[in-house]
Design a protein around this ligand. Structure first.
Ligand SMILES: [Zn+2]
Length: 436
């Protein structure tokens, strides 16, 4: 989303994500595009056409501001002109740094300012106040953006059923007043809300599976979804088992430890760290000392083999998982829990792989995005003069959430006395939805 003031002196871009789907709504695969030049990416509408934003152009965007560290919100940060300032929360910055080390995201963070939530900051003629939100990415923010006597509130991605649900309750009870324009996500609109209403239900369901388990449990979860890792750890602790995490996860949790004392850490009881060669190599390239730091929690294959029912192994759909299955000769009695968006499961052959090993798979997940009822309640509490849908496949259904909905298509510019100038920069339709 691009915003500019009446004078044209200040322009900001909020979030610069990688698409999740192509314009015909097929999964977006970056590997098909990564060899294209920046110009070709803009031409093919993969990158939004925003003048003065990218490397090699004369910079004329005041700043890029990130709501949170999900690829569909920051995945194209690497193309931003390095002379343009970036603003993000400290948690978001930590995750971008982690991705630079492990995922080769190649983001230049030299000109990064970290903001504190609820502390306003200025970018040119804009005054921006970040609000901490409940989302599956830690330290996610919404923004109140003020300029030219107008007030715009962008929700970012959020929900009201995670471990920080109180944030949404507080925002509803003490709403930001006098909002001219509310830009609100709607990923869950038109989507099945699933059988688990919140993180507590997820935690209980995971506990129910692992407590009775007589062999290994493999649990699939993103290492950056801290709410879910807390749920998993609490279930594991209650079942008196051991959570085995990989080096990458140990590093993520360590790096984000200052955000909350409840984020599980490698030194805690019932947490052990499995060293994969590829992770160890990347971590050593960054800082060799870290390999020693996590060593006291290191677990070896033979220890895992000696007590299979005790082992709850955090897993990813990658080559290392296949190696783990072999090393542990896991089949038959082992179980798998898929604690991620169902759509990811459809994109791989994981179901067939587990079936071939006789490993039973259970899906236990709740979305990182607000249910429709929570969207409606927030829109009603904030009571904006107009609402602009974003991050949804069904912008037309927002009519049922608010009396004055203004639909803007991607690339479309709106200049009205209500909201100044605003453009949705995402190519391929504003109708983009987020998986998690
Ligand atoms: Zn997100």
């Amino acid at each position: 989303m691009e915003l500019s003031t009446d004078s044209g002196m200040s322009r900001i871009v909020i979030d610069i994500g990688m698409p999740l789907v192509t314009p015909d709504r097929q999964p977006f695969d970056w590997h098909h595009y990564k060899n294209l030049s920046q110009e070709q990416l803009i031409e093919q509408k993969v990158l939004p056409s925003i003048s003065g934003l990218y490397s090699g152009q004369t910079p004329c965007v005041s700043a890029v501001i990130l709501s949170h560290a999900h690829q569909d919100h920051y995945g194209f940060l690497r193309f931003i002109n390095p002379d343009i300032s970036l603003y993000m929360s400290s948690g978001t910055r930590s995750l971008v740094e982690v991705s630079n080390i492990f995922l080769d995201t190649d983001v230049n963070l030299d000109r990064t300012e970290t903001f504190l939530t609820w502390q306003p900051f200025r970018v040119g003629e804009f005054r921006i106040t970040p609000y901490l939100m409940d989302h599956s990415a830690p330290d996610a923010a919404a923004f109140l953006v003020e300029a030219d006597g107008q007030r715009l509130f962008y929700t970012g991605d959020f929900r009201g059923h995670g471990r920080k649900r109180v944030l949404l309750e507080r925002l509803r009870e003490n709403p930001v007043s006098d909002i001219d324009c509310l830009v609100m996500e709607g990923s869950m609109i038109g989507r099945d809300e699933g059988r688990y209403p919140d993180e507590t239900a997820v935690e209980q369901a995971i506990y129910d599976v692992i407590t009775k388990q007589q062999s290994y449990t493999f649990i699939f979860c993103s290492s950056q979804n801290l709410d879910r890792l807390v749920s998993i750890y609490r279930a594991v602790k209650r079942a008196r088992k051991t959570l085995v995490i990989d080096l990458y996860t140990a590093f993520v949790l360590d790096k984000l430890s200052s955000l909350s004392p409840s984020i599980p850490q490698f030194g805690w009881r019932q947490i052990r760290v499995l060293y994969a060669y590829s992770h160890a190599q990347k971590l050593a390239e960054y800082d060799k000392e870290l390999l020693y730091r996590y060593r006291k929690a290191k677990i070896e294959w033979d220890e895992m083999q000696s007590t299979p029912p005790d082992m709850v192994i955090l897993s990813k759909d990658n080559r290392y998982f296949r190696i783990t299955l072999q090393k542990l000769s896991a089949s038959g009695k082992a179980k798998a829990i898929y604690s991620m968006w169902h759509g990811y499961l459809e994109r791989t052959n994981m179901v067939q792989l587990l079936e071939s090993q006789g490993i039973e798979l259970t899906e236990i997940h709740t979305s990182g995005h607000a249910f429709t009822e929570d969207l409606k309640r927030l829109a009603s509490s904030l009571n904006p003069r107009c609402l602009v849908p974003i991050h949804t496949f069904y912008p037309e259904r927002f009519e049922g959430l608010h009396g004055n909905v203004m639909q803007l298509n991607d690339g479309e510019l709106e200049c009205t006395p209500i909201i100044g100038q605003m453009g949705l920069g995402e190519p391929g339709g504003a109708s983009r939805s987020s998986p998690d």
